[in-house]
Design a protein around this ligand. Sequence first.
Ligand SMILES: C[S@@+](CC[C@H](N)C(=O)[O-])C[C@H]1O[C@@H](n2cnc3c(N)ncnc32)[C@H](O)[C@@H]1O
Length: 407
Amino acid sequence: MPPRAAKRPRVADEVVEPSAQDGSDLDEHQLFTQWAKAGGVEIHGVAPKRIEGRGIGLVTTMRHKAGDRLLFIPERAMFKPDAKLLEREKLQSASPQAQLAFSAMFACKPPEGNTGWETKPWTDVWPTVGDFTASMPIYWRKEDCEFLPPTARPHLKRQESDYDRDWDSVEDSCTALGYDEKAFKYYWTIVNSRSFHWKPPRGKGVMVMCPFVDYLNHGPTGSSCKVVLTAKGYEVLADRKYKPGEEVLATYGAHSNDKLLVHYGFIHWPSDETTPSPDDSISLDDAIMPKFSTDTREQLEHVGYCGGYMLTPTTNEICFRTEVAVRATLLTANEWEYFLGSGEDLAEDQSARVHDWVMEHLKEWRATCLGKMSELEKRPGTPKPVLEVTCRRWAQISEAVDRFVAQ
Ligand SMILES: C[S@@+](CC[C@H](N)C(=O)[O-])C[C@H]1O[C@@H](n2cnc3c(N)ncnc32)[C@H](O)[C@@H]1O
């Protein structure tokens, strides 16, 4: 997440836990920490700190051993959809995300006459519209989104259609209460990047927001603390030993960098800048699907194998769907159906032929990637953070293709 210098004169550069009694000495993160504790949140030896390139994150302020409780967010501290408000506005059939975003907007930016939920200390530490404009593709100009790698565009298209559907469902209520679309979109994006699922022991599951735990930045598989849903709330446990000053990460899911970019506005970029993320995958649809004949596509559709082809950068392997699809174009119907049913070739192993076919088309596609990157770099007017993250993702894709081609 980009630095938030404009609105944050005293962002927590140092880890300092709250001390002043009257709050006069404290910055917004320390005030929020006090507010969260007063609301029942337990915080043990972790505190917010600005992390280069990630906005604010949580770092340890003392030694911890594996299994130590770092945070506990009881149910009463969670922000939930406002059932009465949603019933009054007839929004019970809106999506869970729309319901939570609408409730948060109403609570955080109350229309006149509504005293609302006292959220200011919390909202003061949230990203601003400016942060979102720099990092979230759904906030970017259309002409900048066109330079997103084709592997990321389907995620954005899906997100935009979810957003449009949610805006349709709340538009009348927003207009009646004096909210414009800009306001709703802000809370929708907040919910998109900071919400949790909550299922009480009895009752149905809902999307909620949990104070303080929403400071946790994402780490790929293998680098995450344990975030456990209990009958009483969310518990965060140390996954390993920590020294003071280490960042605690949580995984938002084993997502590819294209999904992280669209949904959370960043890509995982390891410190050595070369090792791919263990969760990353590169969609090959744009590179290989145009090479299939109409008949092959129809056959693949018929068996549910049309699209969703992936290259895994950590192993340089193509997925089983790709193995099936390429065989549909290379083999006879009998040979292909045998592979489809058993995962093995009828006679000779065809893996090398499949690899060569994919490699040939990936070489061609790599040239398109490189062309796009140089076009993007020369383009005037692209905001710097947009340019940086887009070029980095193109570079990751191009490097993954290089490694596949070189094997
Ligand atoms: C749940 S919030 C985490 C707290 C956030 N960093 C902040 O400043 O409020 C999620 C957002 O944090 C940022 N973020 C999380 N993990 C990151 C990472 N590994 N690298 C860069 N940014 C990250 C992204 O902007 C994401 O949308």
